[in-house]
Design a protein around this ligand. Structure first.
Ligand code: HEM
Length: 131
């Protein structure tokens, strides 16, 4: 049925898909995202999404979300941005972040799409070093 199909699509997606509530708490995270950040599902669900990023964003991310919730001003939603993620082992990597807002009748969530850019960035560096 449809819910199962959608679940299979998310579970098998190549890009990371993470959903958070309106406070930034992780509700769902797919295998691609877990692989990218080096965590297990149990280590992430119920925790703040800020655990997946380095400072200074880590300390500020709650205010990014609450600013949006109060003003409606979109800085990433519907636009996207290249940001830096932090893995469990502390290493960082660049990725393209897309965020969309999903409104239900009683609450809203945010969906984050994580497209790893490590390879592209490395290639860029190699090209630069030739010149
Ligand atoms: C806003 C960083 C992951 C949801 C922002 C902003 C930054 C940021 C810089 C905008 C601040 C501003 O210019 O005012 C990051 C970094 C991430 C990350 C470094 C690395 C893990 C996520 C994920 C989600 C998410 C996975 C959703 C599941 C949001 C929301 C906003 C926001 C809802 C406010 C709306 C907006 O600015 O359009 N984040 N974010 N973020 N982020 Fe994240």
């Amino acid at each position: 049925e449809r819910a199962q199909l959608l679940n299979a699509i998310i579970e098998n997606a190549i890009d990371g898909i993470i959903t958070i509530d309106d406070k930034g708490v992780i509700e769902h995270i797919n295998p691609a995202a877990l692989q990218l950040f080096g965590y297990s599902r149990e280590e992430t669900v119920g925790k703040n999404v800020a655990m997946l990023m380095p400072q200074p964003d880590r300390a500020r991310h709650d205010s990014y979300i609450s600013n949006y919730n109060h003003t409606g001003q979109k800085k990433i939603i519907g636009i996207g941005r290249e940001v830096t993620g932090q893995r469990k082992d502390g290493s960082t990597f660049p990725f393209r972040l897309g965020v969309s807002e999903v409104k239900f009748s009683d609450r809203k969530i945010f969906t984050g799409f994580v497209h790893d850019l490590s390879r592209e960035k490395e290639d860029e560096q190699k090209i630069k070093s030739y010149t």
